[in-house]
Every structure is written in C-alpha cells, then in structure tokens.
Design a protein around this ligand. Structure first.
Ligand code: AP5
Length: 217
C-alpha cells in the first residue's frame, strides 16, 4: 500500500504514523525525521537543510524530492510506504507522480487529518521529542506524556522541545502550510485519492479513525 499523510505541522502525522506501522505492513518515511537525522549526523544533506529547519522554512523542492525518490526506489519500499510530510508543494507532488508513473506504481490514498490552527499551537507548545536520532519518538506533556518526565518510553533517552516548536517559528510553518501545501488538497481530491478524517480527540480515537480509512483501501 502506498499512502501519503498530508496535514499541517503538529496535526499528529508522526504520532499516528508510528501507530499505523505497528498495524499495517508499510514503511514510515518522514522527511522531517530524515532531515533531523541528517543534521544530527552532520552529513552533506544535514548541512544543507539545517538552516531551513531552524527557520521553519521548506527545504528546496529539488533536494527534498531527490532524497524521497531515492528512498522509495529501494527494495524495502516494494511492499509499500506511508509518506509523512511529503509532498508539501505542487512541484513535489508532480515530481512524485512522475516517478511513480515511470515505475508503474500507484498511490492508494492521501489521508488528511482536520485540525484547527489553535489546536496546532497548543499541541506544538507541549510537544517533546526523543533526542536519539534513530528513535525520535514524540510525546506531549499534557495529551500524551511519557511515563517518566523528560525520558523517552521507547529508548530511555532524554526528551527535548524541538527548536522549530517555538512560537514565532510555528507561526511561520503554519503560514507556509497555508500558502504551499493547501493547494495539494484539491490536487489529490480531483484524483479521487483524498480521504479526510477528524483529527480532534484523543490519540487513540484519531488513530482508530485513520486505521478504519486505511483498512477500507
Ligand atoms: P516535519 O518534522 O515533517 O514537521 P511538520 O510537518 O511541521 O510536522 P510535525 O512533525 O511538526 O507535526 P506532526 O503532524 O508530525 O505532529 P506530531 O505527531 O508530532 O518537518 C520539519 C521540517 O523539515 C520542516 O519545517 C521543513 O523545514 C523540513 N521538511 C520536511 N518535509 C519537507 C518537505 N516535504 N519539503 C520541504 N521541507 C520539508 O504531533 C504534534 C504534538 O501533538 C505532539 O506533542 C503529539 O504528542 C501531540 N498530539 C498528537 N496527536 C494528538 C491528539 N489527538 N490530541 C492531542 N495531542 C496530540
């Protein structure tokens, strides 16, 4: 199954993707997580994307598309993938479409959680993430706390607030989402791929709605 999890920053894409891969046999590919790992490793991609991540701006289309296409072309993606955070611009969506067409592959669905901007600000201000680059598990101090404060339930490493979760940067990310990513909703709706679901409720409730949509695919 080849799926895209669309949606604004902080809408719960990463949280739900972690749950989906426990149930459905697909690979979770988060461009944000790939870039944060590259930054932690200070490799060539990491050095290029670091300033964009810090400002909450989009990494240029050519670079992000090359990283994603190279990744989904690998054998372990043959049984399917769940793209989280890609595509985010019309250029990226078209490049992905061209790559899939060339490889005789098709998308099975584009899933969109519906969450208001005020809910997003609330979620991102309380988000804590694991500092271990291979883990990057996500928590929320109020809505999804770790068992021990400040410590990751998954690997035991320290939890921190992401640098791009500060108020000014969140506002910038939301503005960019409205300008660059919202047009993709109509693009995928016209291709009969879009499935919207209510993103408000507990992590469990939202997860059940998402899984129900995936299971009807
Ligand atoms: P990325 O990491 O993808 O950031 P994002 O899209 O802004 O998404 P987030 O990770 O902030 O949020 P999320 O939707 O995953 O929410 P989460 O589950 O964490 O990208 C980072 C940067 O990389 C970008 O700014 C850009 O620079 C670059 N980049 C990445 N992809 C790119 C691309 N395609 N093109 C160009 N540049 C790109 O949840 C948020 C919080 O809410 C958590 O604390 C969670 O515990 C909590 N929560 C989750 N669900 C619920 C719920 N139901 N109720 C209450 N709280 C909840």
């Amino acid at each position: 199954m080849r799926l895209i999890l669309l949606g604004p920053p902080g809408s719960g894409k990463g949280t739900q993707a972690q749950r989906v891969v426990d149930t459905v046999s697909v690979l979770h590919l988060s461009t944000g997580a790939m870039f944060r790992q590259a930054v932690a490793e200070s490799n060539e991609v990491g050095l290029q994307v670091d300033p964009y991540l810090k400002r909450g701006e989009l990494v240029p289309d050519d670079l992000v598309t090359a990283v994603v296409v190279n990744r989904i072309d690998q054998d372990d993606c043959d049984s399917g993938f769940l793209l989280d955070g890609f595509p985010r611009t019309m250029g990226q969506a078209e490049a992905l479409g061209q790559f899939l067409e060339k490889s005789s592959k098709q998308l099975d669905g584009v899933l969109l959680p519906l969450v208001s901007d005020s809910e997003i600000v609330d979620r991102l201000s309380g988000r804590r993430v694991c500092t271990e680059p291979d883990c990057q598990k996500v928590f929320h101090i109020k809505y999804d706390p770790s068992q021990r404060e400040g410590i990751c339930d998954g690997c035991g490493n320290r939890l921190i607030q992401r640098e791009d979760d500060h108020q000014e940067t969140v506002r910038n990310r939301l503005r960019i989402y409205h300008e660059e990513t919202i047009p993709l909703i109509e693009y995928y709706r016209q291709r009969s791929l879009l499935k919207e679901f209510d993103g408000i409720g507990t992590v469990e409730q939202v997860g059940q709605r998402l899984l129900a949509l995936i299971e009807t695919k």
